[in-house]
Each structure stands twice: as C-alpha cells, then as structure tokens.
Design a protein around this ligand. Structure first.
Ligand SMILES: [Mg+2]
Length: 422
C-alpha cells in the first residue's frame, strides 16, 4: 500500500508562522509526545511531569454548550442497496462547544449519548484540560468518549497546534480522497427515473469539485430492482462511469447487498474496469471473504483493496481476516468508533499492514476529522469525502488540493463555528 507524504512547501507564510509556533511549543510538550505516539494500543497515561508542564493544565472547562450547525450536501442523495433516499444532508447537526475559564473554546460533533450540557459539565468539572486529554494519545478515559472530538479541538486551540501535529509530525501525511456521494440516482424520481445519465451528471459535478476517485454504490438488485436487472444496472453504471472518467479511480460499495456469488457475477460484468477497492459486498464471514479474495487474485485483481468493518462490525472475524491479509482496510466510523480509539489502533494496524479509512458518511465535518487523524498517522489508502455546500461552518484550509484532502494547519481542527449573537 503506497502512502504519500508530500511537502507543503507552497503553503502560505501564515502556515510557516503556525508551524514555527508549533515547533517552539513542542519543546514544551513535544518530547514525550513524540515518544508516546509510537507505542501500542492501551497506553493511556503519560508522565505527570509532562502534564504539569503543559499549558493544558492552566485551563479548566467552565461551560458546556450545545449548538446546531448546517453542513448540507450539494444535491439530493438517493438510495443505496439497504436504504431509501438519503436527502440533502445535515441541516441542524448537534455539536458541543467546550469553554475554559481562560477564554479558550473547542468544538465538534459528539459521539453516542451526551445527555444535557449539565451532565457533561459534571463529568469534567474541576479537572484541568491536561487531565482530560493527552495530546500524544487522546482522551485519558472512556468517560470522555462523547466529547473526544471537542476535546481534541480544544487541546489544539490551547496549544496553538493542528490536531494532526499532536503526534509530533512536522507535516501532515496526505493521501487520496474519494467522493462518497455516487448513489442510485438513476432510479429517481420514482415516477420518471432519470437513468444512468443522472449518475454521470453527479460524477461530473464531483470531478469538477476536485475528486479523482468515486465510490459507486452498487446492489440495486437487493431490493429496488429484480436481482438480474439490478445486477445489470450496477454493471452498466460502473462501466459508463469508467468510460466517461477514465482517469478516475473507482471504488464500489455493496452495503452488504450481495452474496459472494452475485459479487463475482458483478465483477465478471466489468472486466475492463480496474477497481481501487471493494467495500462491504456482504456481511463479513471468513468463508465469503476468502472465496472473494481467491477469485480476485485468480483474475488479476491483486491491487484491489478489500475493505470492511463499517456496518455492525464482527470484530473477531475482522481480526482474523486482517491477519491473513484477506481484508486490508478497516472502516469503522471516525466518531462512532472514536477518534482516540482510532489513534490507539493505528500502530497495530500499521504492524499488520492493514490500512485505515474511517467511515465519515453523512457529515463533511467527519471528513475533516479523518483528514487530521490520517495527517497524524498516515496508513490510509484514501479518505472518504463528504461534500458540503451552502452551510454555515467555515472549513478554512480543510479542503481538497490536487485530489488530496489536506487538513488545516490552523489550531485544533481549523473549523470555524458560525458567529452567534451571545
Ligand atoms: Mg459503506
């Protein structure tokens, strides 16, 4: 698996200034940060000396606030093999803002049940920020799982450091990014289906936006069309996309709508289309993935990545599959699974030669969080891009540049909340 780590030499002087500030700051927290970033999963605490030296000790959270932000998609997104029309994206996404007694704040999407702001405040009250998060490894207790993202943002703001730099890297690891927004838009509107032309139109929009990889949803025969007609439409759609965009890498995602046999039939229908990866053709089993891998290798598709772990992951099965390289990319959600859990898992995945590409679907914020995670660790063949247009969050330097999603070098995640009358 090739990962690129590119020079950022063409960045602005503002960025150089930020980096100088980070390098200066890293004298304070960086030595142990670099030292602990490489250790394996399960290491949660660093020395108290480090915590005592950190500017994070000077801040205590004194207010917790929930707000909503809008991160809509640029178009309606239709069906996939398992769900109906997905709509137009998050219009009122709940986010959490943490404020400290020194006037710093950090924000982000929450994970799992958060309860009321007061409940969250009680969990963190009286503790300084260094007791809640270690920049080198993440949150210090699973009790803070719900605010993993806002705590990372807050720590970055206080340290004047982007989240990707918390492992001690001087420049972010960069990788490819794919549009995750190519659904069954040929099937709608139901009374006058637009056909494959609509799918190609969506691909064109995403291409012009800067993507050079598309993830194409397949599995129309699972419930929306007859099995045979659905399979044929999947084949026709993927062939048409490849013919129209020969320089674009194609990923396919079955959302568990196939059997190993129907997946092989699909592959026989697209002999001239190189596939970058195959995602969730069926719910993971040892027998099915092994059979599919054997088929791929027997038919010259040794470069096609095999990705799973998104929907109801069967962790013991996934572990076994990755040990034998039957699976080579893990996909758990960046927020649902947890930003810190991903951080802890990364060294082990690197050792096994298994890539990471956390699920981000639904929220463009999650794409930015993932770009920071990958910026810190690398080890991702590509990042899932969720595009937003017309919302109220400032994405700043978090954006696609030369077909890669580059994480911002501003403090924290570099994402700006809409201004609000207080
Ligand atoms: Mg998926």
């Amino acid at each position: 698996m090739k990962m690129s780590r590119e020079s950022l030499s063409n960045d602005s002087s503002q960025r150089s200034m930020n980096r100088r500030r980070f390098l200066g700051r890293s004298v304070l927290v960086g030595t142990s940060a670099i030292g602990t970033a490489a250790v394996g999963p399960g290491v949660m605490q660093t020395s108290s000396a480090q915590a005592a030296d950190s500017p994070l000790t000077e801040h205590r959270i004194d207010r917790v606030e929930f707000r909503t932000v809008s991160v809509p998609w640029p178009r309606q997104v239709g069906r996939n093999s398992s769900k109906g029309i997905h709509g137009r994206g998050p219009a009122e996404l709940r986010v959490c803002v943490l404020h400290t007694d020194q006037g710093a704040s950090g924000w982000g999407q929450t994970q799992g049940k958060t309860g009321k702001p007061q409940d969250l405040l009680e969990a963190v009250q009286g503790k300084n920020v260094a007791e809640l998060i270690d920049p080198a490894t993440g949150i210090r207790s699973e009790a803070y799982h719900a605010i993993d993202i806002p705590l990372h943002d807050l720590a970055g703001v206080i340290l004047d450091q982007p989240v990707w730099a918390m492992t001690g890297v001087a420049e972010p690891f960069l990788t490819k990014v794919y549009s995750g927004m190519i659904y069954f838009d040929d099937l709608d509107p139901a009374d006058d289906p637009a056909g494959i032309e609509q799918v190609l139109k969506n691909c064109r929009w995403d291409y012009d936006y800067g993507y050079r990889q598309f993830k194409v949803k397949i599995g129309r025969g699972n419930q929306w069309m007859s099995p045979q007609a659905g399979l044929q439409r999947d084949i026709d759609a993927v062939n048409a996309i490849h013919q129209s965009f020969p320089d674009v890498g194609i990923l396919v995602d079955g959302n568990n709508g196939f059997t190993v046999e129907t997946m092989i039939q699909f592959l026989e229908g697209i002999p001239d289309v190189p596939l970058f990866w195959i995602e969730e053709p069926f719910h993971e089993t040892l027998a099915d993935w092994t059979k599919l891998k054997d088929y791929l290798f027997a038919h010259g598709r040794t470069e096609t990545l095999r990705a799973d772990g998104e929907a109801k992951p069967d962790l013991p099965v996934l572990q076994k599959l990755q040990k034998t390289q039957t699976l080579d990319v893990r996909l758990e959600d960046i927020c649902g699974h947890g930003f810190t859990k991903w951080r802890r898992q990364m060294p082990g995945l690197v050792r096994q030669g298994v890539g990471a590409s956390p699920h981000t679907w639904g929220s463009a914020l999650k794409t930015a969080y993932t770009a920071h995670l990958i910026g810190a660790y690398g080890n991702a063949p590509t990042i899932e891009g969720v595009t937003t247009q017309g919302g109220d969050v400032g994405f700043g330097e978090n954006k696609i540049v030369n077909a890669q999603y580059r994480p911002s070098s501003a403090p924290g995640f570099g994402l700006a909340l809409p201004t609000q009358d207080e």
